[in-house]
Design a protein around this ligand. Structure first.
Ligand code: CUA
Length: 358
């Protein structure tokens, strides 16, 4: 044995990563792993799914998570074993074995993941096909997204609402479309998420299985009001759903009867056009905080812009909102296209309604 010229660590010199350190690291690792499993088993990632589709998706998710966990434990197990088994011994400066590869091993670790992913792919396809299969008694609701509110149209009843009401255990087909930019319709409790686009109609299906109210969230950054683009889906008994439909029809009739009940008509339009999403207005039970409060606007409107009557001011504030932006609020938040979207009749009804807010 020849003397090497470079310095060797002497046997008495403490190694940077000695046996005690390894033991401590190992114990911490095991405790962290056990702790993670305990937390994972007792604190679910999400609330219990409140839709039939969500339950199916959760089952798929559990299977995928189980497979991923098994792979993780196997791979990390080999890694830990190798760290311990092939750790360099004190004073051993020799090279490792000149390994060039292992064809059987390469085939094995290519084939196994391919098969696992193929199985998960087939399961995923089955789940998607299953939840997107319309049943004979499916009902349809047209969902429209616009900056920054949701609107739900029930073609069967010709009513429009700002909350999505659906009967319990009833499959509902949603046809989604955007009025402006790309939004995304998300009901976390239903595990359903679908992009909403201006140039095409997208579809998804929901079946509420637990009565209650669940948040609808826009989950595609769509502008300054993105964060407040929310609504809720109300899952209710068939009787409650029918009662709600009837009440909406009554409101719609009041709105179309025009001068007979101008306040009811204005209130209906205020909510139908999504004004309630951004403005406070006590009369319409609106609590939006993105734009200025409209309580008492009928009293204030006349003095706001010099030379404009109250009526002119309110009308221009709707159709040309950037001409005069209320102090403390940024421009370009209020949609610029109400002048195109609203019929002359609707606009007049809305202006008169707001002028009554004293
Ligand atoms: Cu609509 Cu974000």
């Amino acid at each position: 044995m020849s003397h090497s010229t470079h310095s060797e660590p002497s046997a008495s010199q403490p190694r940077a990563f000695d046996t005690t350190s390894k033991l401590v690291a190992g114990v911490i690792g095991v405790l962290a792993g056990v702790g993670g499993v305990v937390v994972g088993l007792n604190k679910p990632f999400l609330n219990r799914a409140a839709s039939a589709e969500g339950a199916t998706i959760d089952t798929l998710f559990s299977i995928t998570l189980g497979v991923a966990t098994a792979v993780f434990i196997i791979v990390q197990g080999f890694l830990l074993y190798s760290i311990v088994r092939f750790n360099r011994q004190a004073g051993d400066d020799s090279d490792g074995l000149p390994i060039r590869g292992h064809v059987k091993l390469e085939i094995f670790w290519t084939a196994v993941p391919a098969i696992v992913i193929l199985i998960i792919g087939i399961l995923s396809y089955q789940v998607l096909a299953d939840i997107e299969r319309p049943k004979a008694d499916v009902i349809t609701v047209e969902v429209k997204g616009f900056q920054y509110a949701w609107q739900f149209y029930y073609p069967e009843h010709d009513i429009t609402a700002t909350e999505l009401h659906i009967p319990l255990d009833q499959q509902v087909q949603l046809k989604l479309r955007s009025n402006d930019v790309i939004h995304s319709f998300w009901v976390p409790d239903f595990r359903i998420k679908k992009d909403v686009m201006p140039d095409r109609v997208t579809e998804t299906f929901i079946t509420g299985t637990e009565p209650g109210a669940y948040p609808i969230v826009c989950t595609e950054l769509c502008g300054a009001g993105h964060a407040i683009m929310r609504s809720q889906v109300i899952v209710q008994s068939d009787a409650d759903y029918k009662a709600w439909i009837a009440s909406q029809k009554t409101e719609a009739v009041a709105a179309s009867s025009g001068p007979a009940d101008p306040l009811a008509a204005g209130r209906q339009l205020f909510n139908q056009y999504g004004c309630n999403a951004c403005h406070v207005l006590g009369d319409a039970k609106a609590v939006g905080v993105i734009g200025p409060s409209l309580d008492g606007i009928g009293t204030r409107a006349a003095g706001i812009v010099a030379g404009q009557s109250a009526e002119e001011y309110v009308q221009l504030a709707i159709v040309k909102p950037n001409d005069h932006v209320a102090e403390g609020y940024p421009a370009n938040i209020m949609p610029q296209d109400y002048g195109l979207r609203m019929s002359e009749q609707d606009l007049a009804t809305m202006v008169n309604y707001l002028l009554e807010m004293k």
